[in-house]
Design a protein around this ligand. Structure first.
Ligand SMILES: [Cu+2]
Length: 196
């Protein structure tokens, strides 16, 4: 009996070691490659968007930018995106036209290309300038004179002169600080589209 008991205990112990061993190796083989992929590849990928039209021959980009297209972020969004959830990517040197359409039924909105930043002011100075000449809708900092709600439109055109990471920002009071901004990137690799 004693010997049988000893064998049972040994058997159970062996099983336990095997299970733990298998568990460990399984965990390792499952997570290690994924970890490596995540740490070495950029998390964002550039996709085509039907509201961004790139002409590689004419060197132009046309962006149909819609404020309040969805109710995301209390309608304070661009094409459904807020808080930098997406980044428009245009090639350096291209002429960029933004057709801005404010479909928010209630609130004035604007759009301007500014330097990227970690934090946004609640109030923008009226003298705030876009990073590229012309890259801002009119009266962009105003609560009541920016692009009007209910389908107000405005088109702006500018040249994406310098590569870098910027932000496309609604400069109406309290909008950017509460998330009404997306990324705007000028690539020096010819890449374009929507980075998410
Ligand atoms: Cu806004």
């Amino acid at each position: 009996m004693k010997r049988l008991e000893f064998m049972r205990v040994t058997f159970v112990l062996t099983l336990t070691v095997l299970v733990i061993g298998c568990g460990n190796s399984e965990t390792n083989s499952d997570t290690s490659p994924a970890d490596q992929v995540q740490s070495t590849e950029p998390t964002a990928s550039i996709v085509a968007a039907d509201w961004i039209t790139v002409d590689e021959v004419a060197n132009t980009v046309v962006i149909d930018l819609v404020a309040g297209q969805t109710d995301a972020n209390n309608r304070w969004n661009y094409n459904g995106f807020a808080r930098g959830e997406a980044t428009i990517v245009v090639p350096m040197g291209f002429a960029v036209t933004i057709h801005f359409d404010n479909t928010d039924p209630v609130t004035f909105h604007s759009a301007g290309v500014l330097d990227a930043t970690d934090s946004f002011p609640a109030i923008y100075s009226e003298s705030t300038a876009a990073v590229f000449n012309g890259a801002m809708t009119s009266n962009a900092t105003s609560l009541t004179e920016a692009t009007p709600p209910g389908g107000g439109t405005e088109s702006i055109t500018f040249t994406a002169e310098t590569s870098g990471e910027y932000a496309l920002v609604c400069m109406s009071p309290a909008h950017a600080i509460t998330g009404m901004w997306i990324g705007f990137e000028v690539s020096n690799s010819g890449e374009s589209g929507l980075k998410m």
